[in-house]
Ligand binder design. Structure first.
Ligand SMILES: [Zn+2]
Length: 113
């Protein structure tokens, strides 16, 4: 499952963060999930619970913030939100679009006790 490996990367960051502080319990984990990751919220939730099991994260709430895809035109540098899978500059109709946002799956914040 694609979401499992995505969540694995997130948990590496979580563990790194937790190891630097004295924390009893993790209450809430907030993620930023780019639309281009194609991660399904249900599958993310399942992967999250699997990784939390038997750790201080167990029982923590997962909050997912979806991040829209943004592109930058390589021709005219115009930046825009990409609403379809068809990447086309709305200004100059160029199809050379660089993705500048939407591919990421990042740990936004942790609420701990
Ligand atoms: Zn353009």
């Amino acid at each position: 499952m694609h979401e499992m490996s995505l969540m694995g990367g997130v948990f590496e960051v979580i563990e790194q963060t937790l190891s630097q502080h004295e924390i009893k319990r993790v209450l809430e984990v907030k993620l930023k999930v780019g639309e281009l990751t194609n991660a399904q919220p249900d599958a993310l939730q399942m992967a999250f619970e699997a990784f939390c099991k038997d750790t201080i994260c167990e029982g923590a709430e997962l909050i997912i913030e979806r991040v829209p895809v943004r592109g930058r035109c390589r021709n005219c540098q115009f930046e825009f939100t990409v609403s379809t899978m068809f990447f086309l500059c709305p200004k100059c109709q160029n199809t050379g679009i660089e993705v500048i946002q939407g591919e990421e799956l990042l740990l936004e914040s942790l609420e701990v006790e």
